[in-house]
Write a protein that binds this ligand. Structure first.
Ligand SMILES: [Fe+2]
Ligand SMILES: [Fe+2]
Length: 306
């Protein structure tokens, strides 16, 4: 006679995300996950005419300076911009892996939330190696966030919990999502960038659902003071991420005058509108969850996310 094992739940200090949602995410990961080491053709030679980013996503596209650049400079610039974005991606993936791992510490391993959280960490681990390899293939050394950003994030990743931790995760994932959806379909860019973007878009869509669910669950019953504090903290994290996405050294790498290029990028209305449209979904969610407070709103406006 076979007996159906009954699940015994022992004390677990935290349990938040609905089991059905986490189970669905876990099942989706089992059905559709990628191994970038075999999924991407790393040995194919790089076509020197292909961009690193869709030109429309370059921080200089649409400026008078862009019109003066040679095709070779545009290719070089977009490859460096993409490498900087991937470097920032690795930096933030390391932050979020630590936050998720800390969040799951001593919780019930039988829960789908626990198992999906670890699945997400495994995804991010593969993503970071994938981005590292793409930069290596392009022959571009990693870019680093500013010293201040590195130290601020050290505190954040050690202390943030609940909606503040998952809010930062969500911001980082949403900011890249719309751009990568364009890259995965663009034949003007390097195949390694197309392929790595496709893998990232598929796996990150589950992470974004998970982050939104974690945030909603954390916000149940919280008071105004905490909500305002979290809203501000998430917007500050957004400002650190967005501010460090494209390193200022990319312009010199493309043979441009750094001061002139930095100014052109800063006042680029086209890029500002790309940022706004790619942040629309995130802003809608933050609005629904009460995280678009006045001070946070002002920060997002300054970042052209709102
Ligand atoms: Fe990732
Ligand atoms: Fe992620």
């Amino acid at each position: 006679m076979t007996t159906t094992p009954t699940r015994v739940t022992r004390t677990s200090p935290v349990s938040r995300v609905d089991d059905d949602v986490a189970t669905r995410l876990l099942e989706s990961s089992r059905l559709l996950s990628f191994d970038p080491m075999t999924e991407v053709d790393w040995d194919a030679p790089l076509d020197p005419t292909l961009y690193g980013l869709s030109p429309e996503w370059s921080t200089l596209y649409g400026t008078p300076l862009w019109d003066t650049m040679s095709e070779e400079q545009r290719v070089t610039l977009t490859r460096h911009e993409m490498s900087s974005i991937m470097s920032t991606g690795i930096w933030f993936e390391m932050i979020l892996q630590q936050m998720v791992l800390r969040d799951l510490y001593a919780t019930d391993p039988g829960r789908a939330e626990f198992q999906f959280g670890l699945t997400e960490i495994a995804d991010e681990c593969r993503h970071s190696i994938m981005f590292a390899r793409a930069m290596e293939k392009m022959g571009i050394a990693a870019y680093y966030p500013t010293r201040t950003a590195i130290e601020l994030a050290r505190g954040y990743k050690t202390l943030a919990t609940g909606e503040s931790a998952y809010g930062g995760v969500l911001v980082a994932e949403e900011v890249l999502d719309i751009m990568q959806r364009d890259l995965m379909r663009d034949d003007r860019i390097l195949p390694i960038i197309k392929d790595t973007s496709r893998i990232h878009v598929v796996e990150e869509s589950r992470h974004m659902t998970f982050a939104r669910e974690e945030m909603k669950a954390s916000l149940v019953g919280v008071g105004t003071l905490r909500r305002h504090h979290s809203a501000l903290l998430i917007s500050i994290v957004a400002s650190v991420i967005v501010g460090n996405l494209v390193n200022k050294d990319v312009y010199a790498a493309a043979g441009l005058d750094p001061a002139r290029a930095i100014e052109a990028a800063r006042t680029n209305a086209h890029h500002a509108s790309m940022m706004r449209s790619s942040s629309a979904h995130l802003m809608e969610f933050l609005g629904e969850t009460g995280l678009l407070t006045g001070p946070a709103r002002r920060i997002y406006q300054r970042l052209h996310m709102l």
